[in-house]
Design a protein around this ligand. Structure first.
Ligand SMILES: Cc1cc2nc3c(=O)[nH]c(=O)nc-3n(C[C@H](O)[C@H](O)[C@H](O)COP(=O)(O)OP(=O)(O)OC[C@H]3O[C@@H](n4cnc5c(N)ncnc54)[C@H](O)[C@@H]3O)c2cc1C
Length: 457
């Protein structure tokens, strides 16, 4: 032990108490390891404090506010609805704080020590902490996440903000320009449009360009309905305190400019040169399927090891890393990582919905009782399958798609066939029936929508 070390060696030192880090710590502790988490900011990391949870909290508030004013057809007339941004912010902060306390409680129950400090590697077996101590470990786990990409000419500061600030504003901006077109840009754009901001999304090509156009068109239609404008094939050239100017010379009013053009792995301050850990060309920590780095005593997971940069992927890798640290032979070999965009309507996808040898059947929500009852027929389920009728992918565009996609992930992981899904009783009336209906459609015998037989049949 070096001078100033914590009193004992730990079996596992976890650097970063985000969703990947704390899950790994809990699993390792459950398996009998003595674990310490070093976290420089808040337990729960970006997901609980600045990203996933705050955005979904605020999306819910924005939905309530919007629905309150747009429910006349149900006989509901609310006059003078208003939003208090400070109270919304308090609610959003309270939700994160509650979850952070929950994570701390779980760590305590599992005898995991939490040290609030920034960690730097002194060697393959020692961390230097900014609280002046050092920590010797048998194994360490790098779970340091990612940080937002900075756009040249649009560096963060003043009215140019990142996603964290966008989810902590004390007032609703009259106008907001969002540079970027991925799911973060769409989620933030939709929520502020619903809260009353004049939103402009500046997309290098188009919004959600890597997703199925059938789905994206519905999201774009809703954005338009909300008064948000999507500038496609657009490049921001400059900005001032109240506007963004595009390369084309067009000027867009923007009290606030959110730059959301992507995330890069965060390894700053780790000083990995003192270890054998290797990075790839993009700066991601290289790991094998057991989350082992090139350094035998160091594991890594989550955003810092690569795409997809999603919390549920980090958590699954956390379970694997915790088990591997405890000597188990676990491996990250999931077939699918579901992806969800909490847009309006939500888009959720698991597996693939196109490719060689793959057929696709689509069930429209306009034929679903639940969707008609809730006036949410703007969507569909697509199911993709191979020649043996094995389910290869599902895309859901619907309210609650985020929850429903788990059935698809399970189906693919378990090698389910169309028949397995079609013959499984789905509760009525629910959105989940749409997955069953799509499978029935793929089998050529849809119950709730009619496909005329071809004359030759
Ligand atoms: C706006 C937004 C919304 C998102 N929404 C979703 C969503 O709905 N669903 C989803 O699955 N994903 C979502 N994501 C992605 C998700 O936030 C990340 O994939 C997830 O947080 C990654 O987890 P992690 O454990 O790898 O890292 P993080 O959660 O980022 O945790 C890393 C932690 O490490 C700490 N740390 C870093 N360096 C050090 C150091 N040297 N010493 C000590 N501590 C250190 C940091 O303070 C941080 O707490 C969203 C992202 C954004 C930007």
């Amino acid at each position: 032990m070096v001078m100033g070390s914590l009193p004992e060696d730990v079996d596992l030192a976890v650097v970063g108490g985000g969703v990947g880090g704390y899950v790994a710590a809990i699993r390792a502790a459950q398996l009998g390891l003595n674990v310490t988490i070093v976290e420089k900011d808040k337990m729960g990391g970006h997901c609980l404090n600045y990203a996933c949870i705050p955005s979904k909290t605020m999306i819910k508030v924005a939905d309530i506010f919007y629905e309150t004013q747009h429910s006349q057809k149900f006989g509901i007339n609310v006059q003078g609805a208003s939003i208090n941004a400070n109270e919304m912010l308090n609610w959003r902060m309270d939700v994160s704080a509650k979850l952070e306390r929950g994570v701390e409680f779980l760590c305590k129950q599992n005898q995991i020590e939490i040290v609030k400090a920034t960690a730097t590697f002194l060697s393959s077996n020692t961390l230097q902490l900014t609280n002046g101590t050092s920590l010797d470990f048998k194994k360490a786990l790098i779970a340091t996440g990612s940080e937002p990409v900075v756009l040249k000419g649009f560096e963060f500061g003043g009215n140019v903000i990142d996603y964290k600030r966008a989810l902590m504003l004390e007032s609703i901006p009259k106008s907001m320009a969002i540079v970027g077109a991925g799911y973060v840009a769409v989620e933030i754009g939709t929520l502020y449009a619903k809260l009353g901001s004049k939103v402009s999304i500046i997309a290098r090509s188009d919004v959600l360009s890597r997703f199925d156009r059938d789905a994206v068109e519905l999201v774009k239609k809703k954005l338009q309905e909300l008064g948000a404008k999507v500038y496609t094939n657009a490049t921001p050239a400059s900005h001032d305190a109240s506007s963004v100017t595009l390369n084309s010379g067009e000027k867009i009013g923007a009290e606030v400019i959110v730059v959301a053009i992507g995330l890069v792995p965060y390894t700053g301050s780790l000083v990995l040169e003192n270890t054998k850990v290797k990075l790839d060309k993009k700066g991601f920590v290289q790991v094998d399927s057991s989350m082992r780095t090139a350094d035998p005593s160091i594991l890594a997971l989550g955003d810092v090891v690569g795409e997809p940069m999603l919390a549920h992927k980090a958590m699954r890798q956390g379970v694997i890393a915790g088990e591997v640290a405890a000597g188990q032979n676990s491996s990250y070999d999931n077939m699918v990582v579901p992806a969800v965009i909490f847009s309006d309507p939500e888009i959720a996808i698991a597996g693939v919905i196109e490719g060689e040898g793959i057929s696709v059947t689509k069930f429209p929500l306009s034929a679903l009782g639940r969707a008609i009852a809730l006036d949410t027929t703007n969507g569909f389920v697509k199911i993709a399958y191979d020649k043996d009728q094995m389910v290869k992918g599902v895309e859901i565009v619907s309210d609650e798609a985020s929850s429903m996609i788990s059935e698809a992930a399970l189906a693919i992981e378990m090698g389910a066939t169309l028949e397995d899904i079609a013959a499984t009783i789905h509760p009525h009336p629910t959105y989940s029936e749409a997955v069953m209906e799509a499978a029935e459609g793929a089998l050529g015998m849809p119950i709730h929508f009619f496909v005329p037989k071809k004359s030759s049949e």
